[in-house]
Design a protein around this ligand. Sequence first.
Ligand SMILES: O=c1[nH]c(=O)c2[nH]c(=O)[nH]c2[nH]1
Length: 296
Amino acid sequence: MGIVMGPNQYGKSECRIVTINRGSSRHTIKDLNVSTALRGDFDDTHYTGDNAKVLPTDTQKNTVYGLAKEQPVGEIEDFAVRLGRHFIDTQEPVKGARILVEEYAWERIPVAGTGHDHSFARSSDEKRTTAVTIDGSETHVVSGLKDLVVLKSTGSEFWGYPKDRFTTLGETEDRILATAVTARWRYLRNDVDWAKSFGSIRETMLETFATTHSYALQQSLHEMGKAVLEKHPEVAEVRMSLPNKHHFLVDMEPFGMQNENEVFFAADRPYGLIEGTVTRDDVDEAPRAWYSLPEF
Ligand SMILES: O=c1[nH]c(=O)c2[nH]c(=O)[nH]c2[nH]1
């Protein structure tokens, strides 16, 4: 029996980079969290510590800044592909790359009825994401969003589940349904208008969450993924991770009050975690596109 090195990758995680486009007095801002990971011929460093083929993670971090200066960052998908290709094309031992990007949204501060030229406010915790995997001649783009917090104050039920001696949850035909959507979707092509596709997918998810009368968060997950695939031929599959942000009705009987679905205790933990993939049944699976992705 032998012991060998299995799959591995290495890189610099969470390079925080902000770029300002100062082409005019109306500045634009890109605020990113970039993680690089290289795959390839790295047996020597693992077996003996010979680093002849190891491009330092420090250099990888500097490359993120360098490429952002050489050319405007643009869409995160394009930036991630440029970064991955750079490492593969310039370092012989590097055969593949995984680049993760999270983008934080800034909005112009409204001043006198218009958005200020160079002052911004962070709009929310929500992030736009991409995970680009380059593997030889194949490039997979898996984009998504993270921490999109949504809530329905009615139009959600949960009943009909099995009960055993540990069940205390009451059935309900009217509850709050809230979650923080983390979603990733895999593109079938790489010549996509990334910003337009992202905007439309996000809108579709929100609209479907709102208009689905939900009997379970699982059902909402499926409806949201299905709506995205129906509208977006460029997408192969959608994966979602949905924490059920429970809102428990406060028992007001002890106060002699009737709580008619108006006052809730918003629990932050524990939470139900509903995860799933909605996919076309006629596309090839792409396990390498998903390998080691956070949340999936
Ligand atoms: O939408 C839900 N799905 C569940 O699986 C579940 N389990 C639970 O306790 N509440 C809920 N709600």
